[in-house]
Design a protein around this ligand. Structure first.
Ligand code: GTP
Length: 303
């Protein structure tokens, strides 16, 4: 019998569960430490990307769930909107239930929300997390309780800390993704807060001494932050500075580019401290006429 290679899959997943269920730790274990950042907003989801699992056979994009991530804030109407918005846009939902804690009202609440919101349109995988904290008997008991809690596409026990079954979790989540090519270039991971901070550091440096001349005319966009090929100690950071008029571009760049070099040096120091690694900072200045008044330009600049 000849076997055809499995189709490439790609899509979005979100990890839900009550606080301390182990979502962040598992996300990190799934994604590994190949961290790069971009401010580019994903085209296919409005939600913050927490990490991307790159594999030869698949790309799994893990997105944040603003609501279920912090169930304490999930009340009334708001809850329903938040949950529905995110959960209905992903391909698979992973519900984390820590093995060392009995299923409680918080878990039952989330289970009910998932059932009501998704109505089986999106598969939900139950992940029994922190299995390293319990013995076999307790794990079995918990698995049975989780099974009784809802209608799951799969149930997978996992320990992110003990590094047990993390690959199985990835396999199972990937199995629920549609066939498709990579959605993001390899090495790309988003972390919005950090890229916003990078943009802010560049903006600060660029406005130094010229704040009066172009206070609100400067927008900074971080295009990408990627590891340099073949280097694990250097990130390439590409940034665009947008001004409204050619005269402002001249101010930012300075005579023979002298001022832009100073801006780069100052911003680089701050960014290296922020990211904890050496960077190569690539700054480009562009004129985007009347960007403050043009909704299309504003959108492009991330406002
Ligand atoms: N022993 C053990 N501890 C774990 C494991 N996964 C997470 N933890 C611990 O559990 C605690 C909570 O983990 P997080 O990953 O922050 O949980 P979370 O669900 O992201 O929490 P919130 O951000 O509050 O929603 C941390 O102290 C972790 O170190 C695991 O597999 N084994």
């Amino acid at each position: 019998m000849t076997s055809t290679p499995p189709a490439h899959r790609s899509g979005f997943a979100c990890l839900v569960g009550r606080p301390n269920a182990g979502k962040s730790t598992l996300t990190n274990a799934l994604v590994g430490d190949k961290v790069a950042i971009t401010s580019g907003r994903p085209q296919t989801t409005r939600h913050t990307i927490r990490g991307i699992v790159h594999r030869p056979d698949a790309q799994l994009v893990l997105v944040d769930t603003p609501g279920l991530h912090r169930p304490r804030t999930l009340l009334g109407e708001r809850l329903n909107t938040l949950v529905r918005d995110t959960l209905t846009e992903v391909d698979v939902v992973a519900f984390c239930l820590p093995a060392d804690q009995k299923i409680g009202p918080g878990d039952r609440f989330i289970a009910a929300q998932l059932a009501e919101t998704l109505r089986r349109r999106t598969p939900v995988v139950a992940l029994v997390t922190k299995t390293d904290l319990v013995d076999r008997a307790r794990l079995t008991e918990h698995l049975l309780a989780v099974d009784a809690l809802g209608d799951w596409a799969d149930i997978v026990p996992v320990s992110a800390v003990g590094e047990s079954q993390v690959d199985t979790v990835a396999d199972v989540l990937v199995s629920h993704l549609p066939e498709g090519p990579d959605l993001y270039p390899e090495g790309e991971l988003t972390d919005e807060p950090e890229s916003v901070m990078v943009a802010e550091l560049v903006r600060e440096a660029a406005l130094e001494g010229v704040r009066d001349e172009l206070p609100h005319s400067l927008a900074v966009v971080v295009d990408e932050i990627l590891p340099r090929d073949g280097r694990d100690d250097l990130l390439d950071v590409r940034v665009h500075l947008f001004v409204e008029r050619p005269s402002q571009k001249a101010i930012i760049i300075g005579r023979g580019g002298s001022r832009l070099r100073e801006v780069g040096t100052q911003a680089r120091r701050g960014i290296e401290a922020l990211l904890g690694t050496k960077i190569y900072l690539d700054l480009h200045v562009k004129v985007a006429k009347d960007w403050q008044r043009d909704p299309k330009q504003l959108g492009r600049l991330g406002f």
